[in-house]
Design a protein around this ligand. Structure first.
Ligand SMILES: [Zn+2]
Length: 63
């Protein structure tokens, strides 16, 4: 899978934020996790947001 694609929150749905184990890559604060599902439900990604507003996207399926 390529990592070069563009994400758009407006083409899918974000779940409610929940705490995660992930730490922000920039400020090391604990991040909140939201699951993003594309509008056609073809794939999912994970969106992580830290208290300072940094955002990290991770491909949905860990394998
Ligand atoms: Zn941060």
């Amino acid at each position: 899978m390529t990592t070069a694609r563009t994400f758009s929150e407006f083409e899918g749905t974000l779940s409610a934020p929940e705490p995660s184990e992930r730490k922000c890559g920039r400020c090391k604060e604990p991040m909140q996790h939201q699951l993003w599902t594309s509008r056609d439900e073809g794939y999912e990604d994970s969106k992580f947001t830290c208290p300072a507003g940094h955002v990290e996207w991770v491909d949905g399926l860990d394998s």
